[in-house]
Write a protein that binds this ligand. Sequence first.
Ligand code: CTP
Ligand code: CA
Length: 226
Amino acid sequence: RKEYQRPQPLKGKKVLITAGPTREQIDPVRYFTNPSTGKMGYALAKKAKQLGAEVTLISGQVALGPPAGVHVIQITSAQEMYDEVLKAYPDQDLVIKSAAVADYRPKITYDQKMKKKPGDYVVEMERTKDILMELGDRKEHQYLIGFAAETTDVEKYGRQKMDKKNLDAIVINNVSEEGSGFGTDTNASLFITKRGEEMTYPLMSKEELAENILMVASGEMESETL
Ligand code: CTP
Ligand code: CA
């Protein structure tokens, strides 16, 4: 009896996914972060593995277990994510940056816990590196997908990010829409590719969305190597 074999359009492909939030430490007991739970990135990693890829998942601190058969690298800060992603990048065929990377970090991280004092406290922040922008600059053969979290002029800002960061495609989420964005099990999104594919995905599970994104990307990757 023949077992049913899932189609494996990503067989032989190396796929790198980033997921979750970054943490930017102020002192040993305090940090800045964001509400990302990592669900979208973990769903992408699981699906990419099921579609036959060799998957590396570079993940911030989340409460999710590692997807079966996926190589997971844990990081904490934006700088650590930058280091790991750039190290892995040259080998990859497909890179999807679903992590919610902090744009700013405290200028100084204290080794000792700060004691509270009367009055206000001001934290000076500095910019982190834009990892995705760097990947776009260094792109060779890789198919590069970014995410955009927007609340207004969603399509316009999303397209601008795709162009500016030299991406092959972008998943644009309106994070002010109910059921979409940080922490939810579902997402409604617009997925556009540089080659002109344009898909409006209604509210669906992050796993379904992951499969849709990966199928479009693998199709475009395939036709590029023909
Ligand atoms: N990103 C990144 N490194 C950063 C900031 C963002 O790699 N330091 C990536 C995210 O993983 C995402 C994409 O860039 O794939 C877009 O993130 P988003 O926060 O929507 O856009 P930004 O470029 O940071 O612009 P802004 O937050 O000002 O809208
Ligand atoms: Ca940002």
